[in-house]
Design a protein around this ligand. Structure first.
Ligand code: PMP
Length: 413
């Protein structure tokens, strides 16, 4: 049976890619017609810049952005709309936090001749390693890495042991883009909160479940990209708790940062616009809001159940292949977001496997998926990653499995 949502994705239309077997949603989700239409409508019929009060269209656009902020605040369970900052994506948000929040903290600690450390996990995407690594090097701070337990999630006891009074920030992913299961973020944040340590959560792979509540997670910062949620690229969101936002010093400055500015005087800044740098990606925001409406209208529970069942089927079928070597074995009941399976086929080069899958019309990721350190830790330099979206169905999984069987037959000689 075809996925009931497949028809919403024009990429599968006869004149586009009707036979595409897209198994790369962890890299980016395909775009539903609703999202593309909303963006087209905005760009053709509404587009202007948004400083309020210039003319009617601009007033409308300012309202549109503030309504979008409101929608995002309720989608994430944030207390105030002003805690929502529009960004260009997860990587952009994490860099912004590094330079607008962490760097001033490290400078201050260094001036007071105090040591600093930053805590991340062994399963981070490079977007959630490199900004911290660069600052750690620049200011002589220590980058501490939490190991994973046998289930592929952060080991809480080892995590707790890494924290001390010099920990300036904990940055971890809600869900790894390689292992795919959720970290115990609520407990991680609680432990940090009790020690007054700021928490940054990379939600790029978990946002798609539409069940994030920053209030119950009690994190300080939560970031994600719209394109991992069936929205457009180049747009994302950072939830930043109000008191933290207050002390953040924008590392880039421009028009929207200031309420009043005179040469030789300090900027007077407003939140959260001080972090948004003037003209935001309005069409991206329109697409993001539409994607949230699209997913929530259909009941995220229904979508998650569908994907969980499909994911269980995929893992079950893959595990039956004698030469299937998962990077990390997934337990059947673990929460899976983009329904990821990262693997190698015994003795075969992953690039070659992906090449043969492509030949069969199956789109997957191959390489280290921007998680080189995790690959190194797991003793491999490259893997094939398949990941599911709401347009996939059992037929796609069957197609994948039979393509892997023939790839192995052809190559393992
Ligand atoms: N973190 C994780 C866990 C991701 O999967 C990704 C995207 N692959 C990113 C960060 C970076 O997202 P973006 O490229 O949209 O900035």
């Amino acid at each position: 049976m075809q996925s009931p949502w497949k028809q919403d994705f024009p990429i599968f239309l006869p004149h586009a890619h009707p036979h595409l077997c897209y198994l790369d949603s962890a890299a980016t989700c395909l775009t539903p017609k609703h999202v593309a239409d909303a963006m087209y409508h905005y760009q053709c019929y509404m587009h202007a810049n948004n400083p309020k009060g210039l003319y009617q269209l601009t007033a409308y656009l300012s309202d549109l952005i503030e309504q979008a902020r409101h929608k995002l605040a309720s989608f994430l369970g944030a207390a105030n709309d002003s805690e929502i900052v529009f960004t260009r994506g997860t990587t952009d948000a994490l860099n912004m936090i590094a330079y607008s929040y962490l760097e001033p903290q490290l400078i201050k600690a260094k001036q007071q001749e105090e040591p600093s450390n930053i805590v991340i996990s062994a399963a981070e995407h490079e977007a959630n390693i490199l900004p911290w690594q660069r600052l750690a090097k620049a200011y002589g701070a220590e980058l501490r890495v939490i190991p994973l337990n046998a289930k592929g999630v952060i080991d809480l006891a080892k995590y707790t042991a890494l924290l001390d009074k010099h920990t300036r920030l904990v940055a971890i992913c809600h869900s790894s883009n390689v292992i795919g299961v959720n970290n115990p973020v609520e407990q991680i944040c609680k432990i940090a909160r009790n020690k007054n340590i700021v928490t940054v959560i990379d939600g790029a792979q978990s946002i798609v479940r539409c069940d994030v509540n920053v209030n119950s997670l009690d994190c300080d910062i939560y970031t994600f990209s719209a394109h991992k949620l069936y929205g457009p690229t180049g747009c994302g969101v950072a939830y930043i708790r109000a008191d933290l936002l207050e002390v953040m010093r924008p590392y880039q400055v421009g028009g929207a940062a200031s309420i009043s500015q005179h040469i030789n005087e300090d900027l007077e800044q407003r939140n959260p616009q001080k972090l948004e740098l003037n003209t935001v990606n309005i069409v991206g925001i329109v697409g993001l809001v539409e994607a949230i409406d699209y997913l929530t209208d259909m009941s995220s529970q229904k979508l998650n159940d569908y994907l969980c069942n499909l994911s269980a089927y995929m893992h079950e079928r893959l595990n039956l292949l004698p030469y299937f070597q998962p990077l990390f074995p997934i337990q059947p009941k673990q929460i899976i977001n983009h329904s990821i399976a990262c693997f190698q086929l015994n003795g075969l080069n992953s690039q070659d496997v992906a090449g043969l899958l492509d030949y069969e019309g199956i789109a997957v990721s191959v390489g280290h998926h921007c998680a080189q350190s995790l690959h190194r830790l797991l003793g491999v330099d490259s893997s094939v990653r398949v990941s599911l979206g709401i347009y996939n169905d059992y037929k796609d999984v069957d197609h994948l499995v039979s393509a892997l069987e023939s790839a192995y037959r052809v190559m393992a000689v």
